[in-house]
Write a protein that binds this ligand. Structure first.
Ligand code: KG4
Ligand code: ZN
Length: 350
């Protein structure tokens, strides 16, 4: 049966989504890219905490140990069986930690091949961007802001197939800068989450940090976080001499404000230039309270954020984008390989 004909006779499509790009082992069952029947997220956070960061080898080994159990739980919680009720499989194949990606991808290939199901490899960043589509009907075009531990991308999205990158970070990713500052000040792990929580009780004007923008060249929508990160780290002496317990909160609040304000400015600049005021935000940093508040309270913008559970890595967003791709007639073959990076996406994605 031709692939398209296969889907025309399926009334509802149950997609199994598999995500293992970093330190979350997650599998979900989603109906028609919208209704989440299950979304199991087995986090490895505690296993990486002693190192204050994700250790790639530990991450991939844990995925090997956990993936089958997490998949069984996702199927059981959804009340479905792979053979009878799953119509297709979607899996993250890039970008991420290569060892971790390979576990999910190879597992998905094995499942799809043995069960005779169609499957598709999806891009993790695009899946983050697609996450709010699980909960809202969002019209195109819109401005997409994807902010995670490895990427910071501002793009113009005409459709999920037509994405133009307007700006990126030229050095550290936004989430990475949060993680590094948190690590330096021993705030706790995972860094971005802890820093955000501390910042809620701090004074954002206590420390003056440089705006993380570029002064030279054609970087209208780009950002740079390495200067801000270094400036925050260089406040250590003042921080120590202050001695007050609450100065950790103040560092956190001042850093968070500088790191997020520049993103909001970039979004507003792009909205002014393009006339598009619809904004969709995805990626781990979309959980940031100050980013959510700044964009949603801005009345000139119409902003969409994923609910908190769908901000960080999860299988549901993979299943949802997988559904969309499958409906476009896409499917992958066993030769698909994992890729740690997406090269050359400075002006279009991928
Ligand atoms: O999307 P994600 O789960 O994994 C990647 O694709 O990278 O994003 C993880 C990143 C980490 O850098 C983490 O510190 C950051 O998202 N993050 C946050 C918050 N929650 C997670 N950063 C700032 N504020 C938060 N509330
Ligand atoms: Zn992610």
């Amino acid at each position: 049966m031709p692939f398209s004909a296969f889907f025309y006779i399926v009334m509802f499509m149950n997609v199994l989504g598999i995500e293992t790009s970093c330190d979350e082992c997650s599998v979900a069952v989603v109906v028609d890219g919208k209704k989440i029947l299950s979304n199991i997220v087995a986090t490895q956070v505690e296993r990486h905490a002693p190192w204050n960061g994700v250790v790639p080898e530990i991450a991939s080994r844990l995925h090997v140990e956990w993936i089958d159990e997490v998949t069984s739980r996702a199927l059981t919680e959804a009340g479905v069986s792979l053979a009878d009720n799953i119509d297709a499989i979607a899996v993250t194949f890039r970008p991420g930690l290569i060892g971790s990606l390979l576990v999910g991808l190879s597992y998905a290939k094995g499942l799809a091949w043995s069960a005779g199901k169609p499957w598709v490899g999806v891009d993790h960043m695009m899946a983050h961007l697609y996450a709010p589509h699980l909960e809202y009907e969002i019209d195109y075009p819109y401005l997409g802001l994807i902010v995670s531990g490895g990427h910071t991308i501002l793009c113009r999205v005409e459709s999920m197939e037509e994405v133009t990158v307007l700006g990126t970070t030229i050095d550290d990713a936004c989430g990475e800068a949060f993680d590094k500052v948190a690590k330096f000040y021993n705030m706790g792990y995972p860094g971005g989450v802890v820093l955000d929580r501390l910042a809620e009780n701090g004074d954002p004007t206590a420390f003056r940090f440089p705006e993380p923008r570029l002064h030279k060249g054609n970087h209208r929508y780009d950002v740079s976080y390495s200067g801000l990160k270094t400036a925050a780290i260089h406040q250590l002496d003042q921080f120590r001499s202050d001695g007050a317990e609450d100065s950790l909160e103040n560092i956190a609040a001042s850093f968070r404000k500088a790191a997020i304000d520049v993103l909001v400015k970039r979004v507003k600049r792009a909205a002014g230039d393009t006339g598009i005021n619809r904004v969709v935000v995805g990626g781990g940093v979309s959980a940031n309270r100050y980013l959510r508040k700044s964009l949603t309270e801005d009345e000139s913008l119409d902003s969409y954020f994923p609910s908190m559970a769908l901000c960080t890595d999860n299988g549901a967003m993979i299943a949802a984008l997988g559904y969309h791709r499958l409906m476009q007639g896409e499917r992958s073959g066993l030769e698909l390989n994992a890729a740690a990076r997406v090269s050359g996406f400075r002006r279009s994605y991928p």
